[in-house]
Design a binder for this molecule. Structure first.
Ligand code: AMP
Length: 279
């Protein structure tokens, strides 16, 4: 496994591999790696060369403190990745943003709902870093977790809109035994906080039970509210039902796919999750 901290270095390594006709798979991450990230790395193993990028992207943070406190564990991450991927790209901030880009990517409605509503500007930053990584690394395939469903849909749109010759692969959410979606942010929770956070997924399953038994979206919403209001220490930011293009649903409205998406705070840590009700 080779580590690169500069755009030039990774690019020449990639070009060398491409010259030999090898396919390149990219797994973009912000580090503090866990099994969720590793599931993406495993999925990427169908490519000849697997590249993991590790970069805490300041442009996608909407809160200074969140950025400052985001877990950074490069040495541990490299130890975890050893033997599992071929190249790691862990650039410094100046290498990525030294030229102080002024461009930003606007994803329209897709970027302004759900996460976009509560974290304005977040997806502009995500779009910018992902577009940069795509241009630096020129992967054939890039792997994203469905835990960040809106991000995944948005990246697929980005690839279509900007004609990147890259196939985007969505990977299922990896969970703790309790059902809690794995997240680097879970590291900031106490044991008690983890128990509270695990209720997030339990609530989504309760919604699904209602949905599967034919309840309306409105009733499913009420069911969720009733369940979550009993849980001390859990503060729901949003709970929405969304169609395949993330249109917010108040009734089934002929939607092909339906997911329930949630953002919640536990011990001041913001967590997101989702569950497909119909796929
Ligand atoms: P992050 O480091 O949080 O930016 O995540 C990097 C990638 O890993 C993103 O595509 C995430 O959607 C994905 N990811 C994060 N947590 C999980 C999880 N629990 N299961 C599957 N993928 C995940």
């Amino acid at each position: 496994m080779q580590l690169f901290d500069s755009t030039e270095g990774i690019r020449s390594a990639v070009l060398e591999n491409k010259k030999q006709g090898k396919t390149i798979g990219l797994v973009p991450t912000m580090g503090a790696l866990h099994e969720g990230h590793l599931s993406l790395v495993r999925a990427a193993r169908t490519c000849d060369v697997v590249i993991v990028s590790i970069f805490v992207n300041p442009r996608q943070f909407t809160n200074e403190r969140d950025l400052k406190e985001y877990p950074r564990k490069l040495d541990g991450d490299l130890a975890i990745l050893k033997g599992k991927c071929d190249l790691v790209f862990a650039p410094g901030i100046n290498d990525i943003y030294g030229n102080s880009p002024v461009s930003s990517l606007d994803f329209g409605d897709l970027g302004s709902r759900l996460e976009g509503e509560f974290r304005p500007g977040h997806f502009n930053g995500v779009g910018l870093i992902v577009a940069k990584l795509f241009n630096i690394i020129l992967p054939d395939y890039a792997y994203f977790g469905l835990k960040d469903l809106q991000q995944y849909l948005l990246i697929k749109q980005l690839v279509k809109d900007l004609s990147f010759p890259i196939k985007i692969i969505g990977c299922t959410t990896i969970r703790e035994e309790s059902g809690l979606a794995m997240s680097s942010r879970n590291l900031k929770l106490s044991e008690k906080g983890i128990a509270v956070a695990s209720k997030i997924f339990e609530g989504l399953n309760i919604v699904k039970e209602g949905f599967d038994s034919g309840e309306s979206i409105d009733n499913c919403r009420k069911r969720a509210a009733k369940y979550y209001e009993r849980i001390n220490g859990l503060e729901i930011e949003y709970l929405e039902f969304a169609s395949e293009d993330l249109t917010i649903l108040n009734d089934l409205n002929g939607a092909k796919e339906i997911s329930v998406c949630i953002a919640a705070y536990v011990e001041g840590v913001r967590l997101i999750d989702n569950l497909y009700l119909r796929q």
